[in-house]
Design a protein around this ligand. Structure first.
Ligand SMILES: Nc1ncnc2c1ncn2[C@@H]1O[C@H](COP(=O)(O)OP(=O)(O)O)[C@@H](O)[C@H]1O
Ligand SMILES: [Mg+2]
Length: 281
């Protein structure tokens, strides 16, 4: 079985995955560096049984996945999952369509309509780039003065992407959120991400602590994964007094801080799923 491994820099996650693939004798792993490939549209013939996508760059991942799929290759994740998870607006739309609880959210395209949406929700609100990760360019906005300043900066200094205003109600979450891992329709592990800062990404210094999976976490995580198209994803959950809410769903998920913390062989599960998908199971 031939598996293509689409990558940029090899981070710890990729090392873990490569080690895991190398343990499986049936697999020939072909490294595909997204900095070196070029596609010959309509002429390329791919002989991969599956491609696993581990690019750091969302646009490269999305476009490469689209072209591999067009060439008949099964991809993990699919271009559909990459499209939806790569865009918080599309993720929220998919969650809403499937009736999955999420923080109150508004989308607006101008400064005036964005302010109106924020005041309708009530401060504090969180303004996020629709496409982005690692907690970058997130703004917690506590009042109208801050709202006006940030919206003006985004409009004047940003690209047009920055004027798609994704606005969420700020959720009080007592110093932590939950990150759960879903592989092939199964919630395999979860961590709490604890931080004194309101942004709890581990990339921003939050501490990872094992989170025992209860039925509610498992069910909501799997539902969220299914809503974006399944595959291998990590779900951000908030604990609220009304139960859990899904904040976002991530593809090309990072898990290096979660293997020892949870005791779960996350890359092992991913490789099993890739093999299963390649076999068409
Ligand atoms: N509406 C919100 N209320 C409270 N905290 C939030 C909210 N949105 C995001 N955060 C915090 O910021 C972190 C990063 O936000 P997230 O939407 O997951 O974006 P990213 O794609 O950058 O990870 C979350 O894990 C959480 O700690
Ligand atoms: Mg996140």
């Amino acid at each position: 079985m031939k598996v293509g491994f689409l990558h940029s820099l090899i981070r710890k996650e990729e090392k873990f995955l490569i080690d895991e693939f190398n343990k499986r004798n049936e697999i020939e792993l072909v490294m595909i560096d997204d900095r070196k490939i070029s596609f010959n549209l309509g002429k390329d013939v791919f002989d991969y049984d599956a491609v696993i996508e581990r690019s750091i760059n969302h646009s490269r991942a999305l476009h490469a996945l689209t072209l591999y799929e067009q060439g008949g290759v099964k991809c993990i994740n699919s271009s559909k999952v990459a499209t939806i998870c790569g865009d918080k607006l599309l993720t929220s739309a998919a969650l809403a369509k499937n009736g999955i609880p999420q923080p109150e959210v508004r989308i607006a395209f101008t400064e005036t309509s964005a302010i109106e949406a924020m005041e309708d929700i009530g401060y504090p609100v969180v303004l996020k780039p629709a496409v982005g990760s690692w907690g970058r360019l997130l703004a917690k906005i506590n009042d109208r003065d801050a709202a006006e300043a940030i919206l003006e900066h985004k409009t004047v200094l940003g690209t047009y992407h920055h004027s798609i205003f994704y606005i969420q109600k700020y959720v009080e979450k007592d110093g932590r959120d939950i990150r759960s891992f879903v592989v092939g329709g199964q919630c395999i592990a979860a961590i709490y991400r604890e931080s004194p800062h309101w942004i709890t990404n581990t990339a921003r210094g939050a501490k990872a602590v094992n989170c025992p999976i209860n039925n509610e976490i498992a069910e909501m995580s799997v539902q969220a994964a299914n809503a974006v198209g399944g595959g291998v994803v990590a779900v951000d959950l908030f604990e609220t007094k009304n139960g859990y809410e899904v904040n976002e769903v991530n593809y090309t998920m990072e898990f290096k801080n979660s293997i020892d913390t949870t005791g779960v062989n996350i890359p092992g599960h991913i490789v099993d799923y890739v093999i299963q998908t390649a076999k068409g199971a």
